[in-house]
Structures are given as C-alpha cells and as structure tokens.
Design a protein around this ligand. Structure first.
Ligand code: NDP
Ligand code: GDP
Length: 322
C-alpha cells in the first residue's frame, strides 16, 4: 500500500527537501499551500507535477480538516510557521497565531478526521533561547527570547499534550538551525552567501549586518529532514534534538563565505543597529546523542561544506541572471 504524507509548509526550505525524500521513498505527497497573488514555487519547480497541492491555511481549521480528508494521510508533517525570528517582533500576534495556535488547529484537524495519522511538529532550538545549560538536549528547560520562540514553546507543549491526552502518535523534532541553497534570503547564512557573491560580481558594495558574535549550531536541511521521517517510524512517539554538536559565530560564517569568493570580509561588512535584535540568543549548541542512538540518524554535511555549497549555488544563480 502506498503511504500518504501531508506536508504543511511545503513551499518552504524544509518542505521541499522533505517532499523530495518522501517521493524517493515511494510516498504519495500532498502539500498544503496558501493562495498567493502570483505563483511562488521556487523551491518546488522541479517537483510540482509530483505533488498534489491542497489549498489551505494554518489559521483556517476548516481548510485543514479538508486537507486531512482529501489526503487521508499516514503521516502529517507540520512545517508551516512564520519562521523568521526578526519578523516576530514586528508581527508578534500573527506569529503567535501561525506558529503557535496553528499547531493546535492542525492537531485538531488530525484528531477529528484521521486520529491514527502520525504527526510531526517542527519545534526549534530557539525555545532554548537564553540557554540554561550547554549543550542543550531534550531535557534542557526552555527560555525563549522572541515572540517566535514563545510561540514555538506553545506549539511544542500542545503536541506533547495531544500525545498524552489522546494517545496520538505526535512528536516534535527540536531542530537546531539548518540551512541550504533554498534558505530564505533574510536568514543570516543566505544573506551572507548571497552578498559575498554580489560583491564579488560588482553588484553590491557592502553588507549591513547585526550582531556578529552570536553563535549557532548550523546543519544542512537535507540531513535534517531525514530525522523528521525517522521520528515517525519508531514504535512510540518521542521528541528528539537534532543538531551537529558544533557551534560557530556569525563572524566565522562571514569569513568562510567571503574567503571562498576570494574577498576579505573586513573590507565590506558594516554593523548596522537596524539588524541588532531587541533580545538575542547568544549561543546555541545541541547534543543529539539520543537521535544518534535511537534513530540511527547521522549527519553528512559539515559547516564549512554547507557554507561553500550555498556560496556556489548563489554564484550559479546570480551569474545566470546578471
Ligand atoms: P520556511 O520559512 O522556509 O517555510 C515556512 C512555510 O510555512 C512556508 O511554506 C510558508 O508558506 C508556510 N506558512 C507560513 N504561514 C502559514 C500559514 N498561516 N498557513 C499555511 N502555511 C504557512 O521555513 P523552514 O522550511 O526553514 O522551516 C520549517 C519549519 O521548521 C518551520 O516551522 C520553522 O519554524 C521550523 N524550524 C526551522 C529551523 C531552520 O533552521 N530552518 C530550525 C527549527 C525549526 P508560504 O510560502 O505561503 O509563505
Ligand atoms: P535564527 O537563529 O532563527 O534567528 O536565525 P537567523 O539566521 O535569522 O539569525 C542567526 C543569528 O545571526 C542571530 O543571532 C542574529 O542576531 C544574527 N545576525 C547578525 N546579523 C544578522 C543579519 O543581518 N540578519 C540576520 N537574519 N541575522 C543576523
């Protein structure tokens, strides 16, 4: 029997990698998609004929019930969210609705329509925020530092609650930052790789950034979606931290990207208060021992390789349109 998967957030970075993975495993993939005034399927252009799209929005529970009915899923991956931390201070309410309450809407749609479907929630290392221990693991208490982080804590606990209240197979992956050539342009990795290329090609003269001292545990999105799938193949639902176990500063990221195109980053970076956040997450470093041991999950792409992959991809894209 062909397995069915429903992915929310399919147009985003992770949605596109997960769709690729599930299609390669023989799944029928359904994707929840919001109406847009112009078609935006940049990440899915190569897959669009293999996916069945269903119109809907996390804020509209009727549309979610409809999506579950149509897709009749064995597995539901709830990846949709307002996912950019900086925007969450500008739009705290809509972030709370999509990133927090949206999870309850999706869980309710599954509970009412297909309660035996397995449910994955995209939790985040941003929940650790002002970290109370290092490295962070499944038992580390949360201390979110942004409206986004607060909404993710709600989404995380409501998923635990549905597991405990209704005995649903519902679990969360607490994923540390993961990036790729498909990462949104406003996130720091992609902002840096895109700018390094534009400066190299003479299309831009400087790069304005915020706090260069923050440290992140960055992995490759293609590796991380494998962990999502593995979490739904276990005997019982559990939450897992997914990370690389290495941390690097924004300055290190900038240095690798600029050096890769033959430039000295110090000649081009301008610190601009506009990009400094009202509250910062200074350091993230994950301990994914549980995922390695129980899921057999392994990392394939390291940090430097990831940054170079993103620079090379941006070079190809931007050179083609120049
Ligand atoms: P993206 O921002 O690339 O994708 C977000 C997706 O959510 C898009 O498809 C977007 O659709 C959709 N979406 C947003 N709001 C709604 C809504 N109201 N209804 C339906 N769809 C909506 O995120 P990523 O792929 O990077 O991340 C996937 C998930 O993992 C997110 O929940 C994110 O918060 C979480 N996460 C990500 C991490 C990372 O480092 N990437 C780390 C930890 C957690 P549209 O195209 O229409 O805007
Ligand atoms: P986040 O960890 O989900 O917030 O991912 P981001 O990629 O948006 O940010 C990672 C870190 O980079 C944060 O500590 C930011 O403060 C820092 N940072 C420094 N300058 C910038 C910038 O210009 N843009 C972004 N997005 N982040 C920046």
């Amino acid at each position: 029997m062909t397995k069915h998967a429903l992915i929310t957030g399919i147009t985003g970075q992770d949605g596109s990698y997960l769709a690729e993975l599930l299609l390669s495993k023989g799944y029928k993939v359904f994707g929840l998609r919001r109406r847009t005034s112009v078609p935006i399927l940049e990440n899915l252009e190569h897959l669009k004929n293999e996916i069945e799209f269903i119109d809907g929005d996390l804020l509209d529970m009727g549309s979610l019930i409809n999506a579950v009915r149509i897709s009749n899923p064995d597995e539901v991956y709830n990846l949709a969210a307002q996912s950019f931390v900086a925007t969450s201070w500008i739009q705290p309410v809509s972030t709370g609705l999509a990133t927090g309450i949206g999870v309850t809407n999706m869980l309710e749609a599954v509970r009412l329509t297909k309660p035996d479907a397995r449910f994955y929630q995209a939790s985040s290392s941003e929940m650790f925020g002002k970290v109370v221990e290092t490295p962070q693991k499944e038992t580390t208490p949360f201390y979110p530092r942004s409206p986004y982080g607060v909404a993710k804590v709600y989404g995380h606990w409501i998923t635990v609650n549905y597991r405990e209240s209704y005995n649903m197979y519902a679990c969360s992956g607490i994923l540390f930052n993961h990036e790729s050539p498909r990462r949104g342009i406003e996130f720091v990795t992609r902002k840096v790789t895109d700018a390094a290329v534009r400066i190299k090609l003479g299309l831009q003269t400087e790069l304005r950034m915020g706090n260069l001292d923050a440290q992140r545990d960055w992995g490759f999105a293609g590796d991380y979606v494998k962990a999502m799938w593995l979490m739904l193949q276990q005997d019982k639902p559990e939450d897992f931290v997914i990370s690389t176990g290495e941390t690097h500063s924004i300055e290190e990221l900038v240095e690798i990207a600029f050096t890769h195109v033959g430039l000295n980053w110090r000649d081009y970076i301008v610190v601009d208060q506009k990009f400094v956040r009202p509250a910062e997450v200074d350091l993230l470093l994950g301990d994914c021992t549980k995922a390695k041991e129980k899921l057999g999950w392994e990392l394939e792409v390291g940090f430097e390789q990831l940054v170079k992959m993103m620079v090379d991809s941006d070079m190809k894209k931007i050179s083609n349109i120049k």
